[in-house]
Write a protein that binds this ligand. Structure first.
Ligand code: ADP
Ligand code: 5GP
Length: 215
């Protein structure tokens, strides 16, 4: 039986506009929830434990790794980040759509563990524009910006393993594409198996479909 909810995984080089686009997606799709990750990195100003991340010690994180609590985990810029397996699977089984904002290493682990996951890579329109956005955001030092641009090259190479690539040039155009991808994925026949009653309200049509489904 396919997972009841849709699992959407979004990655992008830092500064591309992933956070902006993820917020827009969560606003658009009522049934979609953001998966709060665990991390060993210290909270930034304004970040709330349990809302932005669950902030844990390295020891606590390593214990969770040993106990198999993570669907995926990775070391990103020297800090550990992981997605709770039980949290995500519970929500998907309840029929919620889940959005993961994770790095490329983690996204590929998710695809391996749950092939139904939909992987979307958000691409910056150019390196020059990526640099401009990182500078305009004003949250990173010169050193950090340089490191992020170097890392971006490695991340972009992994885009070919994703199901979809969306270039974030004009924000509204990129958002339209993201919305279309999610909408189309939610209509896939193989995803609707066992839950046709969500889509079809007519009793007679539903009976016909269920007869075929049950052989
Ligand atoms: P990420 O989460 O990928 O690091 P952010 O969402 O923080 O990126 O966006 C980085 C900066 O770029 C922010 O200042 C944001 O307002 C801006 N931005 C996002 N998308 C676009 C776009 N399509 N055109 C211009 N600026 C953008
Ligand atoms: P930040 O520290 O800026 O919030 O995130 C840094 C990077 O870590 C981003 O690319 C983000 O997508 C990634 N990240 C956040 N949570 C997770 C997670 O649970 N797993 C993995 N693999 N990456 C994550």
């Amino acid at each position: 039986m396919p997972l009841k909810g849709l699992l959407v995984v979004v990655s992008a080089p830092s500064g591309t506009g992933k956070t902006t686009l993820c917020h827009m997606l969560l606003k658009e799709f009522e049934n979609m929830e953001f998966s709060v990750s665990y991390t060993t990195r210290p909270p930034r100003k304004g970040e709330v434990n349990g809302k932005d991340y669950f902030f844990v010690s390295k020891e606590e994180f390593e214990r969770m790794v040993e106990e198999g609590d993570f669907l995926e985990w990775a070391n990103v810029y020297g800090n550990l980040y992981g997605t709770s397996k039980s949290q995500v699977l519970r929500a998907l089984n309840e029929g919620k759509d889940i959005l993961l904002d994770i790095d490329v290493q983690g996204a590929l682990q998710v695809k391996k563990n749950l092939p139904e996951a939909v992987l979307i890579f958000i691409m910056p329109p150019s390196f020059d524009e990526l640099e401009r956005r990182l500078r305009n955001r004003g949250t990173d030092s010169e050193d950090v910006i340089k490191r992020r641009l170097e890392t971006a090259k490695e991340e972009i190479k992994k885009a070919v393993y994703y199901d979809y690539i969306v270039v974030n040039d004009v924000l509204e155009v990129a958002f339209d594409k993201l919305k279309s991808i999610v909408t189309a994925e939610k209509c896939r026949t193989d995803r609707l198996k066992g839950q046709m009653d969500k889509l079809i309200k007519d009793e007679e049509m539903l009976k016909l479909l269920k007869e075929v489904e049950n052989g």
